[in-house]
Ligand binder design. Structure first.
Ligand SMILES: Cc1ncc(C[n+]2csc(CCOP(=O)(O)OP(=O)(O)O)c2C)c(N)n1
Ligand SMILES: [Mg+2]
Length: 361
């Protein structure tokens, strides 16, 4: 939890310095939900999340170097620098992303679980998503099929009480989200998402029950994000005092207190953990900064091609002039350079290479 907190604070800083591009969503405050859950999973269980998942990847064991490099858009990042903050992915550790579409990961989780069921593996998929995502059509459709086909998924709502700037009671007709799949026959439970031990224990129980009984369940962790929805959020929808109240329940500080009160950790142990997190994150920034950007030659690699005609239309028909959307007022030369390189690269490709599978593991 210390590492995740420190990593995300630094990611926020690097974003302000424009080292990290695109969007940036931080889960500061939600660490107990993340770590409690992942600590109860087996290595061969699948985890799939949203666009707020730096911590999920770190908790699954992905290196801070690779996650930071992804934020920096570098070749050494988890997705080769092509995804950025919202698309962290580590198939080797069965962390299956990283998605920008709210609720988009739910049907994918059902697919992962269907694959495990088909292969007769006793693997559980944990699907983490936000309170806002529980309002999407994907939620109902996925709950129905998951229940009908008895898919081994733990659906876990990270209820941080807001979908962007809209509070839970303003966006969901039923605010006890643990009940939201009851109509599909899926039982749910609401737990304290700020208490890492409770999350570990209760989610662990759900995971093992799903593994044994081979049918889905739902957990709602009640938690809070201290920062805005994304890096560009003026936070006009909530009072600072509300944030302060939740900071009082800080998952890291509460856990430290439990551990020191019980004599499991000393003050020195805690300091050592914090220092180690500092060092790991400093090294990650250095690593990311020193890593190369993806080469221009690789611009068209690993694209998902729908069909030969559709997929390659955009590449084959490129002409050297800047195209619509490339006419950045201050950068026409850059746009022209990119267009020329893209056209040259496309020319060099022969027909048999036209449908490369876009899988990176
Ligand atoms: C299908 C879809 N609709 C709208 C958006 C815009 N959007 C991005 S994040 C977000 C809020 C989602 O809130 P929640 O599910 O509670 O997750 P949180 O951001 O709180 O982790 C919205 C509406 C989107 N990305 N995808
Ligand atoms: Mg939310």
């Amino acid at each position: 939890m210390c590492l995740i907190r420190r990593f995300e604070e630094e990611a926020g800083r690097q974003y302000q310095r424009a080292k990290a591009g695109g969007f940036l969503h931080l889960a500061i405050g939600e660490e107990a939900t993340i770590v409690g859950t992942t600590s109860a999973m087996r290595d061969d269980d699948y985890l799939i999340g949203t666009y707020r998942t730096h911590g999920h990847a770190l908790a699954r064991g992905t290196s801070a170097d690779a996650v930071m490099a992804e934020l920096f858009g570098r070749d050494t990042g988890t997705s080769g620098g092509r995804g950025g903050s919202m698309h962290i992915f580590d198939a080797g550790r069965r962390f299956m992303g990283g998605y920008g579409i709210v609720g988009g990961n739910l049907p994918l989780a059902a697919g992962l679980a269907l694959a495990s069921q088909y292969r007769e593996e006793d693997v559980v998929t944990v699907c983490m998503f936000g309170d806002g995502a529980s309002n999407t059509g994907n939620f109902g459709e996925t709950m129905n099929l998951a229940a009908l086909w008895k898919l081994p998924v733990v659906f876990l709502v990270e209820n941080n009480q807001y979908g962007m700037g809209t509070a839970l009671e303003r966006h969901s007709a039923v605010t006890d989200l643990s009940q939201k799949a009851a109509g599909f026959g899926i039982e749910g439970e609401r737990i304290d998402g700020m208490d890492v031990l409770e999350v570990r224990e209760r989610v662990g129980r759900h995971i093992e029950e799903v593994r044994e009984k081979g049918r889905p369940s739902l957990v709602e962790t009640f938690t809070y994000r201290y920062r805005g929805h994304s890096a560009a959020d003026p936070e006009v929808y909530r009072d600072k005092s509300e944030v302060e109240e939740w900071r009082e329940k800080d998952p890291i500080e509460s856990f430290i207190k439990v551990c020191t009160d019980d004599g499991v950790l000393s003050e020195e142990d805690v300091e050592a953990a914090r220092r180690e997190a500092d060092r790991t994150v400093e090294a990650a920034v250095e690593f990311a900064d020193g890593s190369p950007e993806p080469s221009l030659d690789s611009l068209y690699e690993e694209l998902y091609v729908v069909s030969e005609t559709m997929g390659w239309y955009a590449v084959d028909e490129r002409s050297p002039e800047p195209h619509r959307g490339e006419l950045g007022e201050d950068a026409p030369e850059v746009a022209r350079g990119l267009a020329e390189s893209g056209a040259a690269h496309a020319e060099g490709e022969d027909a048999e290479q036209q449908s490369r599978p876009g899988v990176r593991d």
